[in-house]
Design a protein around this ligand. Sequence first.
Ligand SMILES: Nc1nc2c(ncn2[C@@H]2O[C@H](COP(=O)(O)OP(=O)(O)OP(=O)(O)O)[C@@H](O)[C@H]2O)c(=O)[nH]1
Ligand SMILES: [Mg+2]
Length: 286
Amino acid sequence: MDEKCTERLQFENPWRTVTWTPEERKKLMEKIKSYKHPKSSLFNARILVVGAVGAGKSSFFNSFKSVFRGHVTNQGMAGNLSGKSLTTQFCSFTVKPEPEGESLPLVICDTMGLEADEERGIHIDDITNVINGHVLEGYQFNPSVPLKRDAHGFRKNPKLKDKIHCVAYVVDATNVSIMPQNMEKKLKATRKTVNSSRVPQLVLLTKIDEACPLVKKNIRKVYKSTYIKELMQEASARVGVPLSCVVPVKNYSEELELDMNTDILLLHAVVQILRLLDDFFDEPRG
Ligand SMILES: Nc1nc2c(ncn2[C@@H]2O[C@H](COP(=O)(O)OP(=O)(O)OP(=O)(O)O)[C@@H](O)[C@H]2O)c(=O)[nH]1
Ligand SMILES: [Mg+2]
């Protein structure tokens, strides 16, 4: 890995353009704050994060919130629990940039992690249940038994506002090449149900700092690193979404202070989500 990440293996020019300035950060934040679509004017757009245990799902929400709060926060519990999913309940989070102010028009729905093992991690049918708006807030996932129609916690008649409007697959950049076959199978099965609900999807490639020393040293090199591009291509192939729908991010994990460049990359990912949300709401549906 280190070898592939040396200074020699850089593109001369970044293959995607990012403006790394405080003004750009402000512009992106404004874009997110003012997001509105006529079809979703009465409710918040709901984004579901799915992915392997420890991939950085909760950290992504925390990092997104941190950018808007102006300091690092840890509301959606993130951390390590020796290979088990730390998140076991269905929780939706929104962000209030000011404690007394209005929330952002987006809700991030956090789920239990996927595991390669059949009997462990969130059940694929429960991902479908969440996407279709059947799962009530706070539901405790059961890896061996998916939520049934007549059970407590099942919303029988979900409306558009209860459903998921965009799915973000969270993929750990340090793990893409060693993803167990069964995990790949589960991700593909998830994508199949997502496709049939016609929900737009993208991949958030996390831990790019851990995967590539070049990026760790300077996150602005993200689109200059040939290794990160390779990982993005691999993630695209394994999950089955086009490369244009793969966005790299670095979540806040151990730092206490925000960093403008890290913020900008996170905000870019969310703006990409907004574009997909527009596509979703633009489509006529019954
Ligand atoms: N260096 C680095 N560490 C990260 C990044 N994203 C997450 N982490 C770390 O990875 C570990 C797992 O992150 P979580 O956000 O809890 O993962 P999760 O996907 O919510 O996991 P479960 O809820 O257990 O399924 C934590 O120790 C995070 O600090 C990242 O972009 N870079
Ligand atoms: Mg979690």
